[in-house]
Design a protein around this ligand. Structure first.
Ligand SMILES: *Cc1c(COP(=O)(O)O)cnc(C)c1O
Length: 401
């Protein structure tokens, strides 16, 4: 297990005569070669860059892998993993996955000759029954985005191993500080580093981590051949963000736990999704494979209008897509991060996002200020409910899909 110290002290991969405290940014596209008929360690930044190399070594280390590759976005990283498949192969994807992942598999995968199907990965039997001779990759999130469903990673890994398929886990939601899927048998971990890993809302980036030499070689080849590697400046910013990941996440998770408890008792909230609430169906699995519930909470409000009003009324929780930033945010997944899921999920079979769902990402602000902000936004809902009979706050809870 990597500790806080490992996040701060980055193994120094590059020689530098001045012993800099911060990893220097090698903002250069090319490197001079000592000979014309052979390469030194670095020649061209698409293929390799010293700043990116330090970042990639650090990503591998904190994710308990042997290799990692930094990409220009989370989608570029996921796309590289999908490229491990060949025409004719089939991809199984968690039926609740990030909207962009669903879109990639629905719209782009068929152009590569791949088929994709969504499967409920919270049910190992269903996953085992869905695998065919053509299945090559199982890609899933746990907790899933946006209703935080928990998948048993050890169960998935044992199925994947038995059937000879690649298990890739999108670990964006918890980050390596709270969960290390490679330790539970995953072959590949992907990240949208835009979220927790960077944490400051100023970089779009992605990562692929693995301990399998064969897959590492393929991902390295794809990264160089397709050219979606992360640039030096973004690599440098991401390195800076990573150093404080444990501090940020511990503070965010503590506040998220308080806020989840507070919401669970609130009259304007029909249902709260947070992986470590005692009512969460995945609680035991979550305790086994993760170190907490993270900083994302989703709630059902009973009606899409109520959901929209809450999202638009908060002030500290700003209306933005994304999560994992030091500042809190709030969103309507159905209309924002997951808008493309319902724009014709095609034959994929993705799980519809409830229209009354609000997703909160808890930042590092004072939790009392955050609760006061939510209280102000929720109070009119309770007041409106009190003037009507029966209470509309709890009647529309079953509007799924
Ligand atoms: C945001 C996100 C992605 C996509 O990452 P980008 O950096 O936006 O390309 C993938 N998976 C999950 C779970 C995400 O939240």
């Amino acid at each position: 297990m990597t500790g806080r110290t490992d996040y701060v002290h980055v193994p120094r991969a590059i020689e530098d005569p001045y012993c800099p405290t911060s990893v220097p940014m090698y903002q250069t596209a090319t490197f001079g070669q000592s000979r014309a008929d052979g390469f030194d360690e670095f020649d061209y930044s698409r293929s390799g860059n010293p700043t990116r190399r330090v970042l990639e070594d650090q990503l591998a280390r904190i994710e308990h892998g042997t290799s990692a590759y930094a990409f220009s976005s989370g989608m570029a990283a996921i796309s590289a993993v999908v490229r491990l498949c060949r025409a004719g192969d089939e991809v199984l994807v968690g039926d609740e996955s990030y909207g962009g992942t669903i879109r990639l598999l629905r719209e782009i995968a068929p152009r590569l000759g791949l088929t994709a199907r969504a499967v409920d990965t919270t049910c190992p039997k269903r996953v085992a029954a869905s695998i065919t001779d053509r299945t090559r990759l199982l890609l899933l999130e746990t907790p899933s985005n946006p209703t935080l469903r928990i998948t048993d990673l050890a169960a998935m890994s044992s199925i994947a191993r038995q059937r000879g398929i690649i298990l890739a886990v999108d670990n964006t939601m918890l980050s390596p500080w709270l969960q290390n899927p490679l330790d539970h048998g995953a072959d590949v971990v992907v990240h949208s580093a835009t979220k927790h890993l960077n944490g400051h809302g100023d970089v779009t980036a992605g990562a692929v981590c693995t301990s399998r030499a064969d897959l590492a070689g393929s991902i390295a080849f794809i990264q160089n051949a397709e050219g979606a590697a992360l640039g030096p400046f973004d690599s440098w910013l991401l390195l800076r963000g990573l150093a404080t990941l444990p501090l940020r996440l511990e503070a965010q998770q503590r506040s998220a736990g308080l806020i989840a408890d507070w919401l669970a008792d609130h009259a304007a909230v029909a249902e709260v999704f947070y992986p470590t609430l005692p009512t969460h169906p995945g609680l035991d699995i979550q305790r086994r494979q993760a170190r907490g519930g993270g900083c994302v909470i989703s709630v059902r409000t009973g009606s899409p209008e109520t959901a929209r009003h809450i999202v638009e009324r908060t002030r500290l929780f700003r209306t933005t897509v994304s999560f994992g930033c030091i500042s809190s945010s709030i969103s309507l997944p159905r209309c924002m991060s997951h808008a493309c899921v319902d724009a014709g999920s095609g034959g994929l079979g993705a799980r519809p996002v409830p229209p009354d769902l609000v997703r909160l990402s808890v930042g590092i602000e004072d939790p009392n200020d955050l609760i006061a902000d939510l209280d102000r936004a929720l109070r009119p809902v309770v007041q409106a409910a009190a003037t009507r009979v029966p209470s509309p706050a709890r009647t529309g809870a079953g509007t799924d899909g």
